[in-house]
Design a protein around this ligand. Structure first.
Ligand code: ADP
Ligand code: MG
Length: 609
């Protein structure tokens, strides 16, 4: 079925006015000069999901520098650039029948545009035009034999692109990944560059708030090769105040590209962010949440780089929990429930937050991001009078403030915490950062003085904790420690072979917008999973659940299954997830943490034992 352009056009003209079902005969592959159009799947009626079409140009014709399109990560960045070119072009043409996908502020691995060893390909969804149930053949001919080949040439002929912009886009991505590696190697969990614009335009927009000068986020480190000199605007309501690091936490990094960056580097350990209400605390934490993904130039968060495993942890009452070991936080429930394998269809604020935390650790996070705004108070702290009034054995909850240090010393899991309402965390914080009108300063010494410890004491305490931890390790090795040792390696959770194969499920899992996956008869609620940023990632989560269903065999643990998916995705890319040979649909890569989040919220999950 290798037909010239005229054949497809002639067919479509001849189909004009015929009934819609006749479109199915155009399935096939057509050449238009350097462009190949693949019509993979034709919708059966005008209201069905759109037809699947791919456009492709070979490497030799496309003429891209191989230097930008060989490495896997470079390909992700270059494909992201080409997607943006295509999206802009379709908007300019006001061509709504052709759907290429809409990129956000993050650069994600996607199926929409791919670069492989042979060439460049876009995967499109096309609504084949109709009047009533009759084919509009002449319009269809314009779309398929004119607009699509032109789109391919706009996106994939290097000579049609702004080469400098493409190069900068790929280089920015390289630099972001290099900085991420450097931060990890030097034991920093995150970085916020001086000049970064953290606040967003509005509660429902992911675009940067304008700066007082009016130009959005061009300040500081975004494009220059010398960072620093952030233009703090004085905290007026008229625009965003650019980020400036406290001097004590300021670090500079010079990357192999020659770009150098200066900003606040957050060390591993426990960091607490304090400050008055509305002074920008949550905004910093949200920027760190998103910093697990690279951002595009002009976003304002290009140089907010976070440990890619960082997990936002919040209370989420009402969620289901299956077999979690929440015993480090919750014990002796009045119901007598065993909290080493805690199951509920309706978790409370504190139990849901404990579950979210232990699940994130199980899924491999090394950094917790916690905001007081979305936490259960009784999970976080308990003050002295309450400790005096309610005896420990009557209180099932050991608050997070008592666990945040062992979590770091025993499990290597760091925490960044926003706590403007309580001094309880001063004693356990390595660093306390205060925000005043969006401007951070380090107040660790004052905070420690207030609770009667000196930094030297905290050091000594940390040292003795480390020593006792070493003793503990030795005990564990000898098998003499008590079995419910705090944060000892938890029992792996192993789903049953049919865990994701409920008999009532007849259709594939499907994303419903950003916050829901339909799985058989149940709906998995992901509204609280805040690091899911793109609806295409939710589609990726749905596909991943189908993939997990194949892996689970009553022997493979959840952690092992997640690692298997990640390894497959690294090796084969997203196309490996769907099993489609041609057009996989529009999918973005979710992190293992978000896949785990969906699995953990599935109300039909069953575990072995
Ligand atoms: P907090 O958590 O301390 O109460 P938020 O982070 O919610 O404060 O921020 C309060 C308001 O200030 C929000 O509307 C936010 O968009 C705005 N804001 C935050 N950071 C900045 C900044 N750097 N410049 C200007 N406005 C900001
Ligand atoms: Mg807040």
């Amino acid at each position: 079925m290798n037909s010239p352009r005229s054949t497809l056009a002639a067919t479509l003209h001849s189909l004009d006015g015929r009934s819609y079902g006749n479109y199915k005969q155009i399935r096939g592959r057509y050449e238009f000069g350097p462009v190949t159009v693949f019509i993979d799947r034709v919708q059966v009626d005008p209201f069905a999901s759109p037809s699947k079409v791919r456009i492709r140009i070979n490497r030799a014709e496309a003429g891209f520098p191989t230097e930008l399109t060989t490495d896997r990560h470079d390909r992700t960045a270059a494909a992201d650039f080409l997607l943006r070119v295509g999206y802009t072009e379709l908007s300019r043409l006001e061509q709504r029948a052709i759907i290429l996908g809409r990129p956000g502020q993050e650069v994600l691995e996607r199926t929409n545009v791919i670069i492989d060893d042979d060439g460049f390909e876009a995967r499109l969804l096309v609504n084949l035009p109709a009047r009533g149930r009759r084919i509009l053949g002449h319009q269809a001919a314009d779309i398929l034999t004119r607009d699509l080949p032109e789109l391919a040439q706009t996106m994939f002929l290097h000579s049609n692109l702004r080469a400098d912009d493409l190069h900068e886009h790929v280089q920015l991505h390289r630099d972001q990944l290099e900085l991420r590696d450097r931060l990890g190697a030097e034991d920093f969990l995150g970085f916020i560059g001086n000049g970064a614009i953290l606040p967003r335009k509005s509660g429902d927009s992911d675009l940067p708030m304008s700066t007082p000068a009016g130009d959005t986020a061009s300040a500081g480190t975004a494009s220059g090769d010398t960072a620093g000199g952030g233009t703090a605007g004085g905290g007026t309501a008229s625009g965003a105040v650019a980020f400036v690091s406290p001097t004590s936490l300021e670090r500079s990094f010079t990357l192999s590209s020659g770009r150098s960056l200066t900003g606040m580097a957050i060390p591993r350990g426990v960091t607490v962010i304090v400050g008055g209400g509305y002074h920008g605390k949550s905004t910093i934490l949200r920027a760190l949440e998103r910093g697990v993904y690279p951002h595009i130039a002009g976003d304002g968060r290009e140089w907010v780089i976070t440990d890619p495993s960082a997990a936002s942890i919040r209370a989420e009452d009402g969620r289901a929990v299956t077999g979690d070991d929440i015993s480090p936080f919750i014990n002796n429930l009045p119901s007598g429930t065993d909290t080493r394998s805690f199951t509920t269809t309706n978790a409370s604020g504190s139990t849901s937050q404990a579950a979210n935390l232990v699940e994130a650790v199980e899924a491999g996070t090394r950094t917790l991001l916690i905001d007081e705004d979305t936490s259960a108070t009784n999970f976080m702290i308990r003050d002295d009078r309450m400790r005096a009034l309610i005896p420990a054995e009557r209180e099932p909850i050991t608050p997070f403030v008592d666990r945040v240090r062992p979590l770091f010393t025993r499990r290597g899991v760091s925490t960044v915490l926003v706590a403007g309402g309580s001094s309880a965390f001063f004693e356990v914080a390595d660093h306390v950062i205060a925000l005043d009108a969006y401007v951070p300063s380090e107040v660790t010494e004052q905070a420690h003085k207030l609770v009667g410890i000196t930094s030297a004491e905290l050091e000594r305490e940390a040292e003795s904790v480390r020593e006792s931890e070493l003793d503990r390790e030795a005990e564990l090795d000898r098998g003499t420690a008590d079995t419910d040792a705090l944060f000892a390696e938890p029992h792996p959770r192993i789903p049953t072979a049919k865990a994701l194969r409920p008999s009532s499920k007849t259709k594939s899992a499907k994303a419903k917008g950003l916050g829901t996956v339909q799985f058989g008869k149940s709906f998995i609620d992901l509204a609280a999973v805040s690091q899911l940023v793109d609806p295409q990632q939710t589609t990726g989560v749905a596909e991943a659940l189908e993939y997990l269903a194949e892996i689970f065999d009553a022997k493979t643990s959840l952690t092992e299954a997640l690692a298997e998916i990640d390894a497959m995705l690294d090796a084969q890319g997203l196309d490996g997830l769907t099993g489609h040979r041609d057009h996989p649909g529009h999918i973005s890569r979710p992190r293992a943490l978000e896949i785990a989040a969906a699995l953990n919220r599935f109300r039909g999950l069953y575990l072995v034992g």
